[in-house]
Design a binder for this molecule. Structure first.
Ligand SMILES: [Zn+2]
Length: 383
C-alpha cells in the first residue's frame, strides 16, 4: 500500500538577505500564477499538465526562467481545475428557489481562484536538496529561478525527515512557504501484523535495552559510549567511535527482530525534549545514551518494525522508572541505580526491566492501547 506523507521544516535558519530574495521570488510567483489563472480560465480545453507547452508558459513576460514559469502555470492549472470541479457546491434554499423561478441554473458558476503568494510548488527542475558540510544537515538549493538567482537555504532535518531521507527516497514534490518548506514522500506501507506479542522497551545503564519480556540487549554499550566521550568532539577518532556505536545499535536491533519473529507491537519511550534543561539532567544522566544516540536508536527500531510489519508506538516517559508494576505505588526512592524495590509492597526487580513493564503498561492503559489487552500482558505486568 502506497501512501503519501508530508513533512515540514523551518527555513528560519536562512539569513535575512536570503529571506528577502525568497520573498521577492514568492511575490513574483503569485503574479505569474495569477497571470496563468486568467489565461487558463479562458482556455478550458487545457486540462492536463502535459498540455502546458512552451508556447503557453512563455506568454508570461516575467523575469522568471521558463522552468519557473512552467511551475507557476502548472499550479495555476491545478487551481483552475480544482475550482471548476467544485462547481457542484451545495446551493442554499434561496438559491434553489430563485433557480426554480427562473427555470435555469445560475448558481453553478465556479469562482475564479486567486493565488495569494503564500506558497510555491516547485519541481526538481528548479529545486534540489544537498547534504550539508557543516552544522546544517541539508541545503535546499533553488536554481534556474531567473535573474541569475541561486539560493542556498539551510535546513535542519528532524527525526521524521531523517528517517524518510535515509531510505534513499527523494521527495516527490517540494512546497515552499514563507516560513517553511514541505517535502512529500511516497511511502510503501506493509500491512501490520494482527497477531503476536507486545513488547515494551527501555534504554538501560549497563545494556542498551531492557524488554518487558525480561531480555537485556546490548551489554557492550557502556564501553562503546565511554570511548566516544574520551575523544575530542568532532575529531576523526570521535567520528569513528560514533560510527562504531551506530553499527552496534543496528546489529543489536537487527538480531533482536531476527530472534523474535512473533512480535506484533513494540512500545518505546518518547524523547522528552531536544532542549534538555537542568531540570531533566538527572534523568538524562541516568541514561547512558545521549539524546542523539537515543533518537538514532528509535529510528533503527522503527525501521525494523516497518520491515517486519510490527507496529511501533511510543509513550510519555513520565515516571516510568518510579512506578511499581505490582502495586502501582510511585515514588522516586523506589529506584536505586539498577535496582527497583517498591517502598510499599517490597516488589524487587531489575530497574530497567521495571521501566519496560511500565512503558508497556502506559501504552495498554492509554487511549490507543485499550484494544490490545491480552493474557500475555497482564501476566507480565503483575510480574
Ligand atoms: Zn509495590
Amino acid at each position: 500500500m502506497k501512501i503519501t506523507r508530508a513533512s515540514k521544516t523551518t527555513i528560519n535558519f536562512a539569513t535575512k538577505k536570503k529571506r528577502e530574495i525568497l520573498n521577492e521570488i514568492m511575490d513574483e510567483y503569485a503574479i505569474v500564477v495569477n497571470f496563468f489563472i486568467d489565461y487558463l480560465w479562458e482556455h478550458p480545453e487545457i486540462e492536463s499538465k502535459n498540455q502546458i507547452i512552451a508556447d503557453i508558459y512563455n506568454l508570461s513576460n516575467s523575469w522568471f526562467t521558463a522552468r519557473m514559469k512552467q511551475c507557476a502555470a502548472r499550479e495555476a492549472l491545478s487551481m483552475v481545475l480544482g475550482a471548476k470541479n467544485n462547481k457542484n457546491r451545495r446551493k442554499s434554499p434561496s438559491e434553489i428557489e430563485v433557480e426554480e423561478l427562473l427555470g435555469e441554473e445560475i448558481f453553478n458558476e465556479p469562482i475564479k481562484p486567486k493565488h495569494y503568494g503564500k506558497r510555491m510548488v516547485l519541481s526538481s527542475q528548479v529545486v534540489r536538496i544537498e547534504t550539508g558540510r557543516n552544522s546544517f544537515d541539508l541545503w535546499l538549493v533553488l536554481y534556474s529561478i531567473g535573474n541569475g538567482i541561486k539560493l542556498y537555504i539551510p535546513l535542519k532535518k528532524h527525526r521524521q525527515m531523517n528517517q524518510w531521507f535515509s531510505m534513499d527516497r527523494m521527495s516527490n514534490s517540494v512546497t515552499l512557504y514563507r516560513e517553511c518548506v514541505q517535502f512529500s514522500f511516497e511511502i510503501d506501507i506493509k500491512e501490520k501484523k494482527t497477531e503476536g506479542i507486545l513488547v515494551g522497551m527501555d534504554a538501560g545503564i549497563n545494556h542498551l535495552i531492557a524488554t518487558s519480556d525480561k531480555e537485556f540487549l546490548g551489554n557492550e554499550i557502556k564501553p562503546l559510549i565511554a570511548k566516544i566521550k574520551k575523544k575530542l568532539q568532532g575529531s576523526k577518532a570521535y567520528k569513528r567511535a560514533k560510527k562504531t556505536l551506530s553499527y552496534y545499535l543496528h546489529k543489536i536491533i537487527k538480531d533482536y527482530f531476527k530472534n523474535n519473529g512473533n512480535l506484533r507491537i513494540v512500545v518505546v519511550e518518547k524523547l522528552k525534549d531536544l532542549k534538555i534543561g537542568k531540570r531533566n539532567r538527572s534523568k538524562e544522566f541516568r541514561k547512558t545514551l545521549s539524546n542523539w544516540n537515543y533518537m538514532e536508536l528509535l529510528d533503527i527500531i522503527q525501521m525494523r518494525c516497518e520491515e517486519n510489519r510490527v507496529s511501533f508506538r511510543s509513550v510519555s516517559p513520565y515516571k516510568t522508572s518510579q512506578r511499581c508494576p505490582s502495586c502501582s505505588h510511585t515514588e522516586r526512592e523506589n529506584r536505586k541505580g539498577e535496582e527497583f524495590k517498591c517502598l510499599k509492597c517490597g516488589f524487587l526487580e531489575q530497574a530497567d526491566y521495571v521501566g519496560s513493564l511500565n512503558i508497556l503498561w502506559r501504552f495498554l492503559t492509554g487511549r490507543y492501547g485499550a484494544g490490545f489487552k491480552t493474557d500475555q500482558i497482564l501476566l507480565n505486568t503483575i510480574g
